[in-house]
Structure formats: C-alpha cells, structure tokens
Write a protein that binds this ligand. Sequence first.
Ligand SMILES: [Zn+2]
Ligand SMILES: [Zn+2]
Length: 216
Amino acid sequence: MLGRDVSLTDIDAILVTHEHGDHSGGVFKLAKKMGIPIWCTPGTSRAISATDQSNLLNEIIGFSNFKVGALKITPYPVPHDALEPSQFTLSDSQFKLGVLTDAGAVTAHMFENLRDCDALVLEFNYDENLLLKSSYPTPLKKRIAGGFGHLSNTAAKDFLKKLVNPKLKFVLAAHLSETNNSEDLVKGLLSEILDEREIAYAIANQHHGSDWIEIS
Ligand SMILES: [Zn+2]
Ligand SMILES: [Zn+2]
C-alpha cells in the first residue's frame, strides 16, 4: 500500500513531466517492476535514457492528447530548463484537472490550457524575499528566478487570479520550496483570492503529498 488506500497495482499510467530528479527519479524501476506504462515527450525520454524501455514507454509527439482509461490527457509545453518539459490537464466527461509545476514564466498557451478547470494543482515555488536572503549560491538563485525556472508566489498568485472561473472548486498549491517558502505565506495568498469566492484550497507537502480531494 502506498497510503491513502492506493496500492501499486491501482496505478494505470505514469506521466513524467520532465527529467529533473524530483520528477523522474525511480520512475523506471517502479514502472518495470509493476509493468506500468509511462508517458512523456521524446525530449524527456531521451534525457532520462528511456528509449531502451520501449515496451513501457509511450512518447507524446507534438504535445498531442491521449487517453488512459476514461481520462483524456492533454499535454502542454512550459518554459522550464529541461529538454522538452510538459505539464498536463486531465479530464473525464464531467471534470477537468489542470496541473502546473516547474514553469519559469506564464505563457498565453498555458492560460488557454488552464482557464476552464474544475480543480488546479499550481506551483507556488518561492517567496522572492526568502530566495534573495537564502544561502543558495547566486547561480542557483538566478536559475530559480529566471524565465526557465520556477513560479514565484507573486507570479502564481497573479496567474491564479486569471484562472479563477465559475467552475473552479479546488486549488492545491504545490512544489513549495522548503528553504525559500513557507506554507503560511502561501496560505495567506490563497486565502486572499479564494476565500471570498468560496473556493477550497490546500497545500501539498513534499513528503506527504495531499489527501484525496473529491470534486462534485
Ligand atoms: Zn524541474
Ligand atoms: Zn520540480
């Protein structure tokens, strides 16, 4: 059991967004052991040397959508310092979930993909002041804050304001830096935007993820 009543045999597919270790580490070991199919772009599969795992690998060509069971999955490109990073939206006949982490900037295309979601997983990576003051080396600070790095709290908040729509019921803030951010800061920002609209929210933790969230 993986927790939250999920067992490894319940997993139908693994979507790999890009090759960075916090997103691809251990994926092939698990996929191979359990025979779980993997989906990623050709750039990502090259970067993680996945091409020799072709029996499990499904390459996403040209960010075209695909199905896993009843779910329609739509990949979309994001600016991030990886070979061919992709984020995803997932929808069934009723609801649409948008997932966005690891993006250095917001693009019009990202907005088009995420504007009509029922639920969002959205990166709030760092607080600008905490990053500035942190002990990270300057090149790393520049990478994180650059156009191919991560979304700051301010960038995520501004984007979330644009993504609020009458269908939106839940927002999960994700990919918070343990060094350069705090759950309290992010909670404050989410509350500013979402409380008055009665949209629920939570914060995903690097170690425990989040609880199951039911949308109705
Ligand atoms: Zn990354
Ligand atoms: Zn990451």
